[in-house]
Design a protein around this ligand. Structure first.
Ligand SMILES: Cc1ncc(COP(=O)(O)O)c(C=O)c1O
Length: 439
């Protein structure tokens, strides 16, 4: 039975990425969700201004996805993922490969963005070993990058608060972020800053390309507050990686499946990586799932082996890789994204969204606004002693008003469902303007 009431005390539940002491003093319990709205345990309707956690662009309870999962559950609830396959896993792999850029045709399933980060970097390191260059092991990430909470994710991720209490992680180094003072309040992609990609040359000079397996970046950073790459920056990264035989991994866990106005940021920004990481919107958030999509060349390097045919080429995978329910949800989700031309809808809405969010320029405490597609980040002037307190206060005031927006570091993030209406964008922006005046 689905638990819709809170009968138990909260103490047993240790919430992830949550201030547990504050939460337990002032709980925010979501009991149901439909379309663009969440309902909380007081029966209040709350606008979902982050599409769940960047997961649910098609809105909650999307009927075709609900139906597909129900049908799958009644047909095949689980199949062993090692050494066996099932029809939905095969269909979905083909579907993903048909949507991703040309050379990205080999789909490996994971269950989350963090697992995608680990999987992609393991595949990259193994690839070089297959090619006879076992020294290429280091992963280069970027300051302010987020790739999840696994050891890999926090090692090449670049958010200090996620790293500082853990000690030694994986072998990694970091390029500078692209959040520049000069670009404050830029709409869309900043013109200035492509030169920051050249910092990769310095990192290569330090470690030597013979020791570097891959560079991993989010095409635009989401969790650090929606940081948009300067024009030409990603292309430059691609050129440098090619020149030094380093694989380029795009973490499209947030940017994938429509958020930018194209199916993938790789297509929107016209830069094709060797490996693409996916999760979140892949199933509309309905069932946990991620995927790592590799080039034919990488896949082939693993297949070109003199191991006996019954030997495993890539000793990696998860019990729930390609879970039938996740595959069913993903197939339905991708069908809706395509049939309802959702990325095109996002592209059409982008100018409206952009001017709505930038209308807050000049608002109290707003020191920067950035946007791309249906994603926006606001930097909030900190209290002298705390970077994070004011965004938290803003988000709580928004919650009380009936709007969910995400807060993190010194930022507020707004990423509504792809099905959002213009009036709903206006409502969030008006509420945020009011809150900024009131707090
Ligand atoms: C770009 C990116 N990569 C990876 C992750 C980690 O995903 P998960 O929380 O599913 O492990 C996230 C989560 O926000 C993300 O934004």
């Amino acid at each position: 039975m689905v638990n819709q009431t809170i009968e138990e005390p909260l103490d047993a539940y240790w919430l992830p990425y949550t201030a547990n002491r504050q939460f337990k003093a002032e709980p925010r319990i979501i009991t149901s969700a439909q379309g663009c709205y969440l309902t909380d345990s007081d029966g209040r309707k709350i606008f979902d201004g982050l599409s769940g956690l960047w997961t649910s662009g098609l809105g909650h309870q999307q009927p075709k996805i609900v139906e597909a999962v129900k049908q799958q559950l009644q047909t095949l609830d689980f199949a062993p993922s090692f050494q066996f396959a099932h029809p939905s896993a095969i269909t979905l792999a083909h579907k993903i490969a048909s949507l991703t850029p040309d050379k990205l045709n080999r789909v490996f399933y994971t269950n989350s963005g963090s697992e995608s980060a680990d999987t992609a970097t393991k595949i990259a390191r193994g690839y070089w070993r297959q090619k006879g260059v076992a020294s290429k092991t280091k992963i280069i990430g970027r300051i302010k990058g987020y790739h999840g909470a696994s050891w890999g994710g926090i090692s090449f991720g670049g958010i200090g608060g996620n790293r500082k209490i853990w000690g030694q992680g994986m072998d990694a180094d970091h390029m500078p972020h692209t959040l520049l003072e000069e670009n404050r309040f830029t709409k869309g992609m900043p013109e200035y800053g492509a030169h920051l990609a050249d910092e990769l040359e310095n990192i290569i000079a330090l470690h030597d390309a013979s020791n570097i397996a891959a560079v991993i970046v989010e095409p635009f950073s989401g969790s650090a507050g929606v940081i948009i790459p300067p024009q030409g920056y990603l292309r430059r990264l691609r050129q440098i990686c090619d020149a030094h035989q380093i694989l380029l991994i795009f973490d499209e866990v947030i940017t994938g499946f429509g958020r930018t106005g194209s199916m993938f940021a790789a297509q929107e920004f016209d830069v094709i990586p060797d490996i693409m990481n996916l999760a979140k919107q892949l199933t509309n958030g309905v069932v946990p799932m991620g995927a790592v999509v590799c080039s034919d060349e990488i896949y082939q390097a693993y297949m070109d082996t003199d191991k006996p045919i019954h030997d495993v080429e890539l000793p990696h995978g998860y019990t729930y890789s390609g879970h039938p329910l996740a595959c069913a949800a993903a197939i339905a989700c991708l069908d809706v994204l395509q049939q309802d031309a959702i990325p095109q809808r996002v592209k059409k809405l982008t100018p409206y969204f952009e001017s709505a969010v930038h209308s807050l320029q000049g608002g109290k405490y707003i020191t920067d606004i950035r946007n791309y597609g249906l994603a926006a980040g606001f930097t909030i002037e900190p209290y002298s002693k705390s970077l994070t307190q004011r965004p938290f206060e803003i988000a709580m005031a928004m919650w009380r008003k009936g709007f969910y927006v995400r807060w993190g570091g010194d930022t507020i993030q707004f990423a509504p469902p792809f099905i959002v209406e213009k009036t709903q964008i206006d409502d969030v922006v008006t509420a945020l303007a009011d809150v900024l005046n009131q707090i």
